[in-house]
Design a protein around this ligand. Structure first.
Ligand code: SF4
Ligand code: SF4
Length: 84
């Protein structure tokens, strides 16, 4: 009997990984963003969208609160805030 314990690569988008968040979530300030796309590239969930300066945001249904986007942002335009 074979038991599949792992998900197929790239399947995270099919699961609402936002339920994994424990304490913090990112807040995109949209004030000093230079549209470098570092946050979009580093996000392991691929849940950040944006094109122009100060338009980047994330989909909280999929954001798991890892904080990588806030760490990588060169303009400190993403902060981690408490879940309400
Ligand atoms: S905290 Fe940022 S990098 Fe991490 S999953 Fe959420 S949006 Fe993506
Ligand atoms: S990392 Fe910061 S400056 Fe770069 S696109 Fe994301 S929010 Fe904007």
């Amino acid at each position: 009997m074979i038991i599949h314990l792992t998900a197929k690569p790239g399947s995270a988008r099919n699961n609402k990984t936002g339920s994994w968040r424990i304490e913090k979530k990112p807040k995109f300030l949209q004030k000093n963003c230079v549209a470098c796309k570092n946050c979009l590239i580093i996000c392991p969930e691929g849940c950040i969208t944006g094109e122009e300066k100060n338009t980047f945001n994330c989909d909280y249904d999929f954001c798991k609160g890892c904080g990588l986007c806030a760490v990588i942002c060169p303009k400190q335009d993403i902060i981690m805030v408490s879940e309400e």
